[in-house]
Ligand binder design. Structure first.
Ligand code: WTA
Length: 641
């Protein structure tokens, strides 16, 4: 790990100057956030800044606003009405540009159509769409009428889709016939049809025609998007929404098999990301902002849709695979749209590093001013490659740490306020208003240079309100580990100068190419296969993807290990969870290492899969002592051979 500052001349601020602003924001937290809230346009001002009934926060209660108004209508009052809001590029080279006025019309038409279908304030609408403009349009249309959207990543299987739709009891699903990926059609409507067999709450399905292939349309239930839009009104007044009304529910993986429905508020969330994206990305009037995430993840919600559109930036939305048809597709897009702010994941950077710098070299990337990284720790080598070959040693890299639960960025350099000296691999410092710290097993501040747990000590406006229909689990998951602190589930270390170094997950959550998956969720999928009696899933370090999935499985009586069965299991995981869940390695074993209370000793499996020793310390997550772990390791090493 490098602890030297970057020896390159960017315009740095002394750390102290940043810290002074930061300290003030923490000491005067409510006043600080109130000033930030004034930067948005509200239909009614809040009664109070914060009602804090630990661990439940209500930000700006009494305030009324509307996300769709802030992202669209607000820009029609000035010249931005003719500015491009969305540059869309299809994988097959198709292009579409929507000005803010056009976006306004489309959002209103869909809002009108949804109203006609009976969707009301507080109803849930599920979105299962590829990366096409209709996805942000659908989010803004639901928000316009006070409905709550739940976007389900279009790489998820029909089972995952059905689970999420059922949990929210969505009335309407908006989907497409299909989407393109690596030149092939992904048949989304077929997946929806499969899910619909198990989703009784769904009354209507709106289908965008994207690929044009033959699909099943059920009379009375399925409606074409273009048809429903045709008869819709072009103006629907944005409904004033109470600040604490949910804007969306987004499912994410945790440490149990059941995904968690993260509920985000309207007011607090929007105030928070509005400020964060200004500070971190220094969004300007002429910014062309490209975040390569899928809108199906939180990164896409905040960094593609809500924050850049609130700032009136032009965003780029790209439908397809990063290296399709050739490894310079992304660099070509940056050159074509003169992207100024580029935000991606370490996995993507490592993949492009492997392809080599000759690919970005073919393109003029001089429009870039700031580069971002998110989703997993970025290793110094990837950081430096990104800095040199994409940013031309001119652009600061903002390594942004955050989570689905936090709503927006929490720890990151902030060139929009003042850039502190960068250290490749460190996300630097918490942003103003964020009281983050690293603590030891007992919840005391960790010693500098020693690994501990990342916690947040004060509420912040972007924080999740609760877990959908499960406030107890919300308390348990985030607020029970350490008294009065939000537990992130991440390992972290502060160095002597106070820089934060994120060191991966401390719990049973995996990050596969930046995608968040729970081990238990994957294990339930594996054991749902008839040949499997029991299974354990772990993450193994991977050069490009950060982590990959390794499965240890015990076969049922009557089945024997074979390559055929491994292939079948791979297919089973893809089908039940989605292609992101494809395992790299599968081992058939006769038993699993467990603690006395029956908990799987994942450290043993991890050590075996990566060929590394188990280590000498126990952590918060270990139930067993070092000796027990070591004994199990030795015993298990023999079995796995
Ligand atoms: C990890 C994604 C290191 C972390 C926005 C966190 C990171 C989880 C970083 C949340 C980063 C995210 N450096 N690790 N810059 N950003 N993570 O909910 O483990 O998909 O807890 O949100 O990603 O993943 P999620």
């Amino acid at each position: 790990m490098q602890s030297e500052s970057l020896p390159i001349e960017l315009k740095y601020w002394p750390i102290k100057r940043y810290m002074d602003i930061y300290r003030h924001s923490i000491d005067e937290m409510e006043e600080f956030w109130e000033n930030e809230a004034r930067k948005l346009e509200w239909f009614r001002t809040w009664d109070r800044v914060l009602d804090w009934d630990p661990p439940f926060a209500k930000w700006f209660p009494g305030g009324m606003l509307n996300a769709s108004y802030l992202c669209v209508d607000r820009h029609l009052k000035n010249w931005r009405r003719n500015k491009v809001a969305i540059y869309w590029e299809g994988e097959n080279g198709e292009e579409r540009a929507l000005s803010y006025s056009q976006l306004y019309r489309e959002v209103n038409q869909l809002a009108s159509a949804l109203k006609k279908l009976g969707v009301k304030d507080g109803d849930r609408v599920a979105l299962y769409l590829p990366m096409i403009p209709e996805l942000p349009i659908a989010m803004l249309a639901t928000a316009r009428i006070g409905a709550i959207h739940t976007v389900i990543f279009s790489g998820f299987s029909s089972m995952a889709l059905a689970d999420r739709v059922n949990d929210t009891e969505a009335k309407v699903i908006i989907t497409a016939d299909g989407g393109y990926r690596r030149g092939k059609i992904i048949r989304l409507k077929e997946i929806v049809d499969e899910a619909l067999k198990k989703t009784p709450s769904v009354e209507k399905v709106i289908v965008v025609k994207r690929t044009g292939h033959e699909i099943n349309m059920q009379e009375g239930r399925d409606i074409w998007y273009h048809e429903i839009i045709r008869d819709a009104e072009t103006e629907v007044p944005p409904l004033p929404i109470e600040s604490t009304h949910p804007l969306y529910i987004l499912y994410t993986s945790g440490t149990t098999g059941k995904p968690k429905g993260i509920v985000h508020s309207t007011g607090g969330y929007l105030v928070f990301i509005h400020s964060m994206y200004k500070w971190v990305f220094d969004i300007q009037e002429e910014s062309v902002y490209w975040c390569t995430a899928d809108v199906g993840w939180v990164t896409g919600h905040s960094s593609i849709v809500y924050a850049p559109l609130m700032h009136g930036a032009s965003i780029v939305v790209y439908e397809g695979a990063p290296d399709y048809p050739k490894p310079d597709r992304w660099w070509e897009i940056i050159e074509k749209y003169k992207v100024t702010i580029f935000y991606t994941s370490p996995t993507a950077i490592r993949m492009f590093m492997k392809y080599g710098e000759e690919w970005p070299k073919k393109h003029d990337l001089s429009s870039l001013t700031i580069l971002g990284s998110v989703g997993e720790p970025i290793n110094p080598e990837a950081w430096l490659w990104y800095f040199k070959h994409i940013g031309g040693e001119r652009c600061p890299i903002v390594d942004t740490w955050w989570q689905t639960e936090t709503g927006g960025i929490m720890i990151s350099p902030a060139p929009g306020i003042g850039l502190v000296p960068l250290k490749p691999g460190s996300a630097t410092f918490p942003l103003p208003g964020i009281d983050a710290d690293v603590v030891d097993e007992k919840g005391n501040p960790a010693t500098p240079g020693v690994r501990g747990y990342l916690v947040i000590k004060k509420p912040w406006p972007g924080m999740l309100m609760t877990l959908y229909k499960d406030p107890e689990r919300y308390k348990q998951t985030y607020w029970s580990r350490f008294p009065n602190m939000y537990y992130t589930g991440d390992y972290c270390m502060k160095d002597e100068e106070g820089y934060f170094w994120l060191l991966g997950r401390a719990d049973e959550v995996l990050k596969i190419a930046g995608h968040r998956l729970g081990t238990t969720e994957l294990e339930s999928s594996v054991v749902s296969h008839p040949a499997i009696a029991e299974a354990a899933v772990i993450g193994k370090p991977h050069e490009i993807k950060g982590e990959t999935i390794v499965v240890f499985a015990i076969l049922r009586e009557g089945y024997s290990p074979s390559d055929e069965l491994k292939k079948e299991l791979r297919g089973h995981l893809r089908k039940t969870v989605g292609p992101v869940a494809t395992p790299e390695e599968i081992y058939f074993v006769s038993k699993l290492p467990k603690t006395r209370s029956g908990k799987i000793m994942r450290r043993v499996l991890k050590a075996l899969a990566s060929g590394k020793p188990v280590g000498d310390t126990t952590t918060l997550e270990d139930e067993a002592s070092v000796e027990e772990i070591k004994r199990a390791y030795e015993e298990f090493k023999k079995i796995i051979k």
